[in-house]
Design a binder for this molecule. Structure first.
Ligand code: PNW
Length: 479
């Protein structure tokens, strides 16, 4: 079945926070204005425009660097009480080091945060949504453990400047997608293809960097600022392809190599056992004398373990997982994992080739996260749908309604403490290697006009109604 149950006719709890999300490189533009340094995305798209499907880039994007007031007006119009956005590291520290702070960058985010405050909208701020300063790439980027120290210095400056007004922090957005696409497949900056030897090191460095920022907050800011810090992890719900023991194990392995890869070290301590065992065994058979999965020292396990105040979950889609044989040959994350994945035949396709709608996966994944990791509370920090440019985006409404109904069931029926939701995205933006060919916004942006005119889609009207009624259907009963 497609997993569509009846849409819940209960209301969302009064305390539940609805919001919307964006990320700096995808919306800001002004890539070289007012002292901003070059990021790895600036370099990646300028060096070889063919890396992006429409050969366009984020030089201007939604021009939110200049149009932030308009963005806040749109948030107000939607009625949301939460806005997730990210800070551009090289806008604050042009070469990534604390040696030179760009005051214009500080001023920009200060204005945005003040504007949100006046509008009664709470900021949820991501420190790193993929735009590493180029200078730090020259040092090895996320393959060099020293980057954790640089990240700590950057985080301290941000906490110090904005922590009086920002109480929800996400350190790193989707370390898995960064490492798999930036250091594995190579479709994203910095474009390295190190699926066997780079992706696990990248993961370790990002986890150490996250933990560093978390500890700095706890030691230097938590007592006075009283905010919450966590990481944002993207994950799929993985359904076994059949009732066979092999496929059931494959779905579990799929989850451990994706969600567990990052969540286990932070919420339980250390890599998942199945990753340790399978990567070590494959490495030996491939001729290595060591595991390609770099071990955490016991001190590092303890340093990373427990570095969360909530769970930030990006959830878009699900997979059907089966066990698969990968003969020993080219070493790779995929052969280490040993699964084959597809999507359900009756799941609706979006404009993005990886994104299919399976609403029940939302409830199932929330239960897994809740029961396995005991995070105390969960924010769904991204969830959204890709369409073409149309304003009549009924497929997005169907998707959001189905996923949010399952999210609500998880809260009311299963007791999962989901406290907030920021849909991806507030508006169309630069969709990385897909350029402007895929639209994720509930608000349309006209990238052909210098104004970057923003227009509410039908889904934005629908979301506006949901936010004000807390109800997914025409009429709700009290929850
Ligand atoms: C997110 N998946 O990445 C990113 O955080 C956003 O910046 C991006 O615009 C958005 O998704 C839409 O692509 C993901 O395969 C990419 O499950 C792929 C997956 C999940 C998240």
């Amino acid at each position: 079945t497609s997993g569509f149950g009846d849409i819940s006719n209960k209301t969302f709890p009064e305390t539940f926070k609805f919001g919307a999300a964006t990320a700096a490189y995808q919306v800001e533009g002004a890539w070289n204005e007012d002292g901003k340094g070059e990021s790895i995305w600036d370099k990646f798209v300028h060096e070889d425009p063919t890396r992006v499907k429409d050969q366009l880039n984020g030089d201007v994007a939604c021009d939110s660097y200049h149009k932030w007031q308009e963005d806040i007006e749109l948030l107000k119009e939607l009625g949301v009480k939460l806005y997730r956005f990210s800070i551009s590291w090289p806008r604050i520290l042009p070469n990534g080091t604390p040696n030179k702070i760009n005051q214009a960058g500080i001023d920009y985010y200060r204005k945005v945060i003040n504007g949100l405050k006046e509008a009664g909208i709470e900021p949820l701020v991501t420190l790193y949504h993929w735009d590493l300063p180029v200078h730090l790439l020259d040092l090895g980027g996320w393959l060099n453990e020293d980057i954790a120290d640089y990240f700590g210095d950057y985080a301290r400056i941000v906490f110090k400047n904005f922590g009086d007004d920002v109480k929800l922090w996400a350190t790193i957005n989707e370390p898995k997608t960064t490492c798999m696409n930036g250091y594995g497949g190579g479709s994203m900056a910095p474009g390295l293809q190190l699926l066997a030897d780079g992706v696990y090191k990248c993961a370790k460095v990002q986890l150490l960097a996250h933990a560093k920022a978390y500890h700095i907050y706890q030691e230097e800011f938590a007592a006075t600022q009283k905010g919450k810090v966590s990481i944002v992890i993207d994950a799929t719900y993985n359904e076994p392809a059949s009732d066979s023991a092999e496929d059931i194990a494959a779905a579990e392995t799929e989850t451990e190599f994706n969600l567990g890869w990052y969540a286990n070290p932070i919420y339980l301590g250390d890599w998942p056992e199945v990753m340790k065992a399978q990567i070590y065994n494959r490495s030996l058979q491939e001729g290595y004398s060591f595991s390609r999965l770099p071990a955490f020292t016991p001190e590092q396990v303890a340093y990373v373990n427990g570095t969360f105040d909530f769970f930030g979950l990006n959830m878009y889609t699900s997979l059907i997982a089966a066990s698969a044989d990968y003969p020993i040959g080219e070493p790779s994350y995929y052969s280490d994992k040993g699964t084959a994945t597809t999507h359900g035949v009756d799941w609706t396709a979006s404009e993005a080739d990886w994104l299919y709608s399976y609403p029940a996966g939302m409830r199932k994944l929330l239960n897994i996260v809740w029961n396995k990791y005991n995070p105390g509370s969960i924010y769904v920090t991204e969830n959204g749908w890709a369409t073409n440019d149309t304003l009549a985006d009924q497929s997005r409404i169907d998707y959001l309604q189905g996923y949010l109904s399952n999210l609500l069931d998880a809260i009311l029926e299963d007791g999962v403490n989901v406290v907030g939701y920021t849909t991806w995205s507030l508006m169309d933006n630069f969709e990385w290697a897909q350029g402007y060919t895929q639209k994720f916004g509930i608000i349309q942006v006209d990238f052909d006009s210098p104004n970057r005119t923003r227009t509410l889609r039908e889904s934005a009207r629908w979301y506006q109604n949901l936010v004000s009624t807390r109800c997914l259907v025409d009429e709700c009963v009290d929850s």
